[in-house]
Ligand binder design. Structure first.
Ligand SMILES: [Zn+2]
Length: 95
């Protein structure tokens, strides 16, 4: 059995990036999710953001302490997680 690395399961199609506008949109419904302005470097291969672009860009529920399960606010496409206090500054989240 080949070992399964996390990289094999990267949800690279969760967001679609429009470089000219600097906006990441939902891969399913094209709703605007994140702005590259809120993007920051993180050790994971996923794009990391501090906040969604619109208040209703995402819906989320508390999955475990410090982590919300995040999905598209319009179509429910799974977008991963929000990690509380894991952003570049104290008190910021990482999406
Ligand atoms: Zn969507």
């Amino acid at each position: 059995m080949p070992s399964r690395k996390p990289a094999d399961h990267l949800p690279v199609c969760m967001y679609v990036y429009f470089g000219s506008q600097g906006i990441y949109t939902c891969s399913k419904c094209s709703y605007e999710l994140f702005s590259s302005k809120s993007k920051f470097s993180h050790s994971t291969p996923w794009p990391a953001f501090t906040e969604p672009i619109h208040e209703d860009s995402i819906s989320k529920y508390l999955e475990r302490s410090g982590a919300f399960k995040v999905s598209c606010g319009r179509c429910g496409n799974s977008l991963g997680h929000e990690f509380i206090n894991d952003g570049p500054k104290k008190g910021q989240s990482r999406f």
